[in-house]
Ligand binder design. Structure first.
Ligand code: PBG
Length: 347
């Protein structure tokens, strides 16, 4: 060794030294556990493609929140499985729907945990899309190719009416806020929804309700297992006309800039692992609180390989979550939240 004697290994000699110079840490309060709320009582329906996750009735969601609070998880993100679906997703703003009922029950019994509500129509519409279909197409239109292309169609399927969707999303956001949600997280990817929701919330006096925008949400194949969890598969076509193209990251910066202008308090990147570059660019460029969604497919891959004994689940999970934080995420939405929360306190 020459002079000066550079020995980076000096700081790796033991765990106390490694811990001393560790640059990234994740605290359980930065983790968000998604939960799926269904009708009924004492209902626990395991989600096969996401081992360890389940659909739960409101009473069992409350129980789960108690356990999450006890291991220090800071937040839960609620998704609803409504009893009724229709063309515009009207159960989404039913004050007695599963999500508002869950919010009220959690607030009453586990007030320490932050409640996020995912706002999107896809679990509530009978066609499974995140917005409403163009009016002309809703009336008796079938998802079959039409012989003469209509100017309103970008392809053979009915298209999503962006602006007509916004009031519905705002109603859903207001319903969640009225129930007591701390955070509203729209995941629909319609243009302009953040501004519309902010105005609706402020107008109704919910000036303190936080808006987390799924600002850069990609049209990803990693959402596969979520379709079993939330029963939201589109009945025709796919989501590429509203979710982002996988190849783009400059566009993610434009999406984030717009959502911040419209009033987003926190911006989210989704999925996480295949988009660490986007997380990093967004954090570096804007310096705002950034959340990343470690989605169902990312979780399922870890679980499947771990079940076969091909990887060490605990170490791989920690490595994945740390990489997301190291890239620049302040908050991680992850199905691993409960499992890792207790263990991570010591790192
Ligand atoms: C609803 C929504 C989806 C996810 C979160 N909110 C599904 C989708 O857009 O198809 C996916 C979450 C996951 O895969 O874990 N718009």
């Amino acid at each position: 060794m020459g002079f000066p004697d550079h020995r980076p290994r000096r700081l790796r000699a033991n765990e106390r030294l490694r811990s001393l110079v560790r640059e990234t840490r994740l605290h359980p309060s930065q983790l968000v556990q998604p939960l799926f709320v269904c009708e009924g009582e004492k209902v626990l329906r395991p989600i096969v493609s996401m081992p360890g996750q389940a659909q739960r009735s409101v009473d069992l969601v409350v129980e789960e929140c108690r356990e999450l609070r006890d291991v220090g998880v800071g937040s839960v993100l609620l998704f609803g499985l409504p009893a009724h679906k229709d063309a515009v997703g009207s159960s989404a703003w039913d004050e007695d729907g599963v999500v508002p009922r869950a919010v009220r029950a959690i607030k009453q019994h586990v007030p320490e945990i932050l409640i996020w509500c995912d706002v999107c129509l896809c679990e509530y519409t009978d066609h499974g899309h995140c917005g409403v279909l163009r009016a002309a197409q809703q009336r008796g239109a079938s998802p079959t190719p039409s012989p003469t292309p209509s100017p309103t169609l970008s392809n053979e399927f009915p298209t999503i009416d962006n602006d007509a969707t916004l009031p519905y999303l705002a109603s859903m956001a207001l319903t969640c806020a009225r129930a007591g949600a701390d955070i509203i997280a729209p995941s629909d990817m319609m243009d302009g929804r953040i501004g519309v929701m902010r105005r609706a919330l402020d107008g109704a006096g919910f000036i303190e309700t936080v808006l987390v925008s799924y600002a850069a949400k990609y049209a990803s194949a990693f959402y596969g297992p979520f379709r079993e969890a939330a029963d939201n598969a589109p009945a025709f076509g796919d989501r590429r006309a509203y979710q982002m193209d996988l190849a783009n990251s400059d566009e993610a910066l434009r999406e984030v800039a717009l959502d911040l202008e419209e009033g987003a308090d926190i911006v989210m990147i989704k999925p996480a692992l295949a988009y660490l570059d986007v997380i990093h660019r967004v954090k570096t460029r804007f310096g705002v609180p950034v959340a990343a969604y470690n989605v169902s497919g990312e979780y399922a891959m870890v679980k499947a390989a771990a079940e076969r004994g091909w990887i060490d689940e605990e170490r791989v999970t920690r490595e994945i979550l740390l990489s997301i934080a190291r890239a620049g995420a302040d908050i991680v939405v992850t199905y691993h939240a409960k499992d890792v929360a207790a263990g991570m306190l010591s790192t």
